[in-house]
Design a protein. Sequence first.
Length: 538
Amino acid sequence: MKPVTVLDTTLRDGMLAEGVSLTPEDKLELLALLDRLGLDYLEAGWPYQFPEDLEVFERARELPLNAKLVAFGSTRRPETPPERDPNLKALLRAETEVVHVYGKAWDLHVEKVIRTTLEENLAMVRETVAHLKRLGKEVIFTAEHFFDGFRRNRAYALAVVREAAEAGADLLDLGDSNGSSLPREIQEGVRAVLEFAGEVPVGIHAHNDSGLAVANALAAIEAGARHVQGSIGGYGARCGLLDLATLLPILKLRLGLDVVTDEALRNLTPVARAVVNKIGVGELDYHPFVGYKVFTHRTHAHVAAVLSAPEAYEPIPPEAVGNERRLLLPGIARASYLEALAARHGVDLSDDSAANQRIREELLRLEEAGYTYEDAEASFELVLGKLTGRFQPVMRVERLRLFEVLRGKRDPVVEASLRIKLGPKSEYVAAEGEGPITTLFAVLRNALREVEAELGPLAAYMDRLRLLAVRVRTFYPRDKKELRARVTITFGDGRRAWSTIGISADLIQAAWQALLDGVEYGLYTEAERAGLQLPLFL
């Protein structure tokens, strides 16, 4: 038996976050991703509130999931028999082995929100759980607003949980639904429930309105809780809830609790980034453990320290959660920085050969032009690969035109045309779109479609490429008076993400350089991953 079981509610509670909206296809894709984390329960929806979730449950039955699929709902309505309650009927139509129902544990909510009596609310909890148990379901019961109720009417909050336990609930989950409790209050409430819970596990569902969700979950576990609920990325109502991407490494690596396997934990970073990319709200740059920037080291002292003793500035090994160390280059000409970063890409620059000197000189020239690679290491790898012969140019641009077309009273359309050298002939392609960067990306993809036969399996890969983010800033290069634009573009292929940069006095030219490099990098590295030979068109 696991010391602590974990329920992921990214696809249910996470959908209550502002700006989040997923189709059934999105949810099914994320279910398969989340299952790579080896969690116990995956909560996939709320059929009564969101009827489209029934399609998710129906199609999810065909997925080879290791986790138990969970459907969510509430206790029966006041004065309504469970077998006639529309919410419970929708819940049962999901046909899951496990159901998760919540009931009110704060007397304020009972009397002023659902407007019934305290006695009827107890009956609602008791009869709902008993009804679901008679139907053979594993029942998780969450006492919503338990800790708020516990502070104001302790006896009644405990009575609600006791009713669920006596009716046969398999798990008693306690909700800090306003995210307003302190860790000591969490521990007091958990211990009070454990006094009568017997063998039934007690869990915690912590919201993050006070920034204490992870701390409160740890406090609950210290007090004896054996179940936690949360979401990847902390998505949820208002400020969100407990972030499993933060909690799981703490439980596994710091507390020694085998909540997931070592292999599953190494999936955490790629899964978390894929979830955030799919949802399209928020970012993980500075997120503990799985963020892009959390194992980065910038000063000479820090870099030197982690190269000799990583634990000097890293709480855990980054590879344990599928992340990686990044050594930033405040001055790429510094030999120690450059050698360490080049070594990450299989290039040894430690000796003074003529070839290495040529590489150093070219990188120094780029730095003087304003190229830094702290947030675009793919560009550095691309430059290094071309200097060492690992990569060869895939294509040569002969002419590019971009212009905006005004069409009466309608919104303007951006058109792009491109003549590009691909093999023995030049190809001419065009595209249109709403903005310059997306249109440039479209015309580049159209050009590569002209050589689908030569690309082979990599042609389908092009359809998976997506633009995830575009950032623009301006700067003055060292000892120069001409303002330059620096464009950073982040790409994704559904499995990974990378960033490239372009620099020019012309904003469009900078964006085009970043786009071209990003597409080339994706093709190069995907070909290497798949063991394919990338055709050279020059």
